[in-house]
Write a protein that binds this ligand. Structure first.
Ligand code: GDP
Length: 142
């Protein structure tokens, strides 16, 4: 077991549906702590840079349009095995395949509008956290 930090995003469909509080409550209930948070609207450039690894995928432009369509909540979550725990709490990318009770099962409206993002590895978490947060914006919650 190790204490980790991971990047979480509450995506535009979930902020539009007023599910910010429900999603944050779930993270806290599961023992993850919010070490940084921002409510913001992503620019096209920022969203493109974030999803750069998907640049060649057919859904890239649609994904960028979706991610810039409304407000997002950017968060650093901290806790025991936070990267894996967050992915478990989120569920599968496609809500049709997500387990009962996962955030995507509860709050996604499709494979693209799937409510939440979570870093998928330690190296992604490091890149993604520093992409959105300065060091002095992240608080120690261990
Ligand atoms: P994640 O790590 O579970 O978020 O999944 P990926 O890294 O594979 O994909 C990034 C994001 O792209 C997903 O969370 C979805 O919002 C979107 N996405 C993934 N696959 C598809 C797809 O087949 N079609 C569309 N339209 N969007 C997708």
């Amino acid at each position: 077991m190790s204490n980790e930090r991971t990047l979480s995003i509450i995506k535009p469909n979930a902020t539009k549906d007023n599910n910010i509080g429900n999603i944050i409550a779930r993270f806290e209930k599961e023992g993850l702590r919010i070490a940084a948070a921002k409510l913001t609207k992503l620019s096209k450039e920022k969203a493109e840079g974030f999803y750069i690894e998907h640049k060649e995928r057919p859904f890239f432009n649609s994904l960028v349009n979706f991610m810039t369509s409304d407000l997002v909540v950017l968060m650093v979550l901290e806790g025991e095995n936070a990267i894996t725990r967050n992915r478990e709490i989120m569920g599968a990318t496609n809500p049709a395949e997500a387990a009962e009770g996962t955030l995507r099962k509860l709050y996604a409206s499709g494979i693209e509008e799937n409510a939440v993002h979570g870093s998928d590895s330690a190296s992604s978490a490091e890149r993604e956290i520093s992409y959105f947060f300065e060091k002095n914006e992240i608080y120690d919650r261990f």
